[in-house]
Design a protein around this ligand. Structure first.
Ligand code: GDP
Ligand code: MN
Length: 399
């Protein structure tokens, strides 16, 4: 007799629980008829009031976070994505420097960018290459996105080693680096690439009408859903440079870079921003470089900033010094030093909630940001904490 009664209680309890769940879920999704109302709050608010939640704190609303029952929020359909595309947008674009042979490795990155962010954000892509892009490259990249892809060729002088570089000296420098086993020490194309990214990409005609860019490289990972538009953060908060990873540069690649930077600072003190981020670069007020830089394979930045007189003069000065070829100056330290010196420190932004990996390092959002943004990175694998990262220094200084 005891057993059947227990069963009635169990069934009754189950029915009550089910009714309770329906009552709590239903009004959220049924009471609103506009497709936009089905969107997470932050997406909806960008369209309606022009605001967003850069900290990701209102999405998803805590009450809507499902317990671990296997249920998730409904996936949105194409109709809702279309409505999202009409929200407020920044004048921004993805920038991809790639060879035709980078196609398949790049599609990995692009597919993730689309799935995490751009399927709803719909920003265009600009692809750049010193050669013509193949039809195959164009076909498979364009087919991954409903945004437009533009393909541009880089003009000769923006890419190849200039005539005024002393080739004998450059060859000797490369041989020395091979001996020292410096990564890419042997490579002229790599040096062309670093110089192009440092001083030329933002002058390409295909980028002329844009204000902000997000650089994407082949074979990177984006771990988390983007529930807000980082370009709007840049625009609305007057940021010029956004990063996710930072580290120390190999000194063998930049032995004389800081000497050139100091020369420039003496020649052009007027270009140095007040309240700049020199403290990120130097522990002794600018005497020496601590080698900290933002890892430029991920960059969300302002094109206008690179086109400013300060940065253009800076690049010109560095270029004339020849260190892109006589050493192996990377665009990461060059951009980082530029951003840290010519912008205010609060114009540099750490995109802490964007999970990102470029081999062999990753930034994995911690705490609530991980679950709220549906990240899939190992939460224990976070380069920010490693001794070789400069991010702790950055956050201690500026956050
Ligand atoms: P790493 O990240 O420093 O190891 O360098 P990568 O090989 O990833 O190159 C950096 C970026 O420049 C990537 O987007 C590459 O696709 C691109 N890249 C590198 N070398 C060349 C090149 O010779 N031509 C073109 N068009 N793109 C290049
Ligand atoms: Mn790379």
């Amino acid at each position: 007799m005891l057993i059947p009664r227990w069963r009635y209680f169990a069934i009754g309890g189950g029915v009550l629980l089910l009714m309770h769940m329906l009552a709590s879920i239903h009004p959220t999704y049924r009471a609103n008829t506009s497709p936009l109302s089905l969107l997470p709050d932050t997406w909806r608010s960008t369209s309606v009031s022009g605001t967003y939640d850069s900290a990701g704190t209102t999405w998803p609303p805590d009450s809507a976070v499902p317990e671990l029952t296997g249920k998730t929020r409904p996936l949105f359909d194409d109709l809702r994505v279309d409505e999202l595309a009409n929200r407020r947008k920044a004048n921004a674009v993805f920038v991809v420097l790639a060879r035709n042979s980078d196609l398949w490795a790049f599609l990995e990155s692009m597919k993730q960018m689309e799935d995490r962010f751009n399927h709803w954000a719909r920003y265009d892509y600009v692809f750049l290459n010193e050669e013509d892009f193949s039809d195959e490259f164009k076909r498979y990249t364009q087919s991954l996105t409903s945004a437009n892809c533009h393909y541009g060729k880089i003009e000769h002088d923006h890419w190849f080693q200039p005539d005024w570089i002393d080739e004998e000296k450059a060859t000797k420098a490369r041989e020395e680096m091979i001996r020292k086993k410096v990564i890419y020490g042997h490579s002229v194309p790599y040096r062309n690439m670093c110089r192009f990214n440092s001083g030329f990409f933002f002058r390409h005609p295909l980028l002329a009408d844009y204000d902000y860019y997000w650089r994407i490289e082949p074979s990177v990972k984006f771990f988390c859903d983007l529930t807000y538009d980082p370009f709007l953060v840049m625009q609305d908060e007057n940021k010029v440079y956004g990063f996710t990873l930072s580290l120390y540069e190999y000194i063998e690649t930049i032995p004389s870079l800081w000497a050139s930077v100091r020369e420039f600072m003496e020649l052009h003190p007027e270009h140095l921003a007040e309240d700049n981020a020199m403290a990120f670069l130097s522990d002794d007020g600018g005497l020496t470089y601590n080698k900290c830089h933002f890892w430029s394979n991920f960059e969300i930045g302002s094109l206008k900033f690179w086109r400013s007189q300060a940065y253009m003069d800076f690049f010109e000065h560095l270029d004339k010094a020849g260190g892109f070829y006589y050493e192996r100056w990377g665009d990461a330290p060059v951009h980082s030093i530029g951003a840290a010196l010519f912008a205010k420190k609060d114009q540099i932004h750490f995109f802490e909630d964007i999970g990102y990996r470029h081999e062999p390092f990753q930034h994995c959002p911690q705490g609530e940001a991980h679950t709220k943004n549906r990240c899939w990175c190992d939460i224990n694998n976070n380069f920010d904490w490693e001794w070789y990262s400069c991010t702790k220094r950055y956050t201690e200084l500026f956050n």
